[in-house]
Design a protein around this ligand. Structure first.
Ligand SMILES: [Zn+2]
Length: 214
């Protein structure tokens, strides 16, 4: 399987990626991991990327593309890959096509996990964390034994600012805006596989497996 994974925050993308990696023996390539490993190994492209990161600048698209090209030289991608967080825009998507074409590889699918805003808000805005020990709760799914009190250390649990309804709505809006051109691009190529992520990760995974059966 050579695929790209798309999905807004809160749709269960990370957990689904883990299941796909295990089931298909593919390697999960997130942009963050790719950068970290290139910086650590001080590859040529890694060093260029580093100069941007050190200045607190965004790494330009063409350098990200070079990093991807370099990443695809590794042996571990032979069984397939699952890109996560890349491509981020149309330019990167088009360059990615060229990179794959040079290798005579086809992209099998762009898996797009969706869920309604209400569902994502319920998941994220219900999250609570313990500011002392870092334990994570959910007001309905994983509530602490005593309301608002951490099971481990007795501290009052809190909602992270990032998890507030307003912030989540903002993040969803931004994600949709940024992803729209990519969705249309891959839809036109007949690569888009949309799956419903509103129930649970097992069901999301089941849908993906069914789509890949034939
Ligand atoms: Zn605690």
């Amino acid at each position: 399987m050579r695929a790209i994974l798309l999905g807004a925050p809160g749709v269960g993308k990370g957990t689904t990626a883990g299941l796909l990696v295990e089931h298909y023996g593919v390697v999960h390539i997130s942009t963050g991991d790719m950068f970290r490993s290139a910086l650590k190994n001080e590859t040529k492209v890694g060093l260029v990327a580093k100069s941007y990161v050190e200045k607190g600048l965004l790494v330009p698209d063409n350098i990200t593309n070079d990093l991807v090209e370099e990443r695809l030289l590794s042996d571990d991608v032979k069984n397939g890959f699952l890109f996560d967080g890349y491509p981020r825009n149309l330019f990167q998507a088009e360059e990615f096509d060229k990179i794959l074409k040079n290798k005579n590889w086809n992209l099998d699918a762009v898996i797009y996990i969706t869920a309604s805003d209400e569902c994502v808000i319920e998941r994220i805005a219900g999250r609570r964390v313990c500011p002392k020990c870092g334990a994570v709760y959910h007001i309905t799914n994983i509530p602490p034994k005593v309301s608002d009190i951490c099971d481990n250390c007795g501290t009052t649990i809190i909602q992270r600012k990032d998890d507030s309804k307003e912030t989540v709505l903002d993040r969803l809006r931004i994600y949709k805006e940024q992803t729209k051109p990519l969705i249309s691009y891959y839809e036109a190529k007949g690569l888009l596989v949309e799956v419903d992520g509103s129930k649970n990760v097992e069901l999301t995974f089941k849908q993906i497996k069914e789509k890949f059966k034939g």
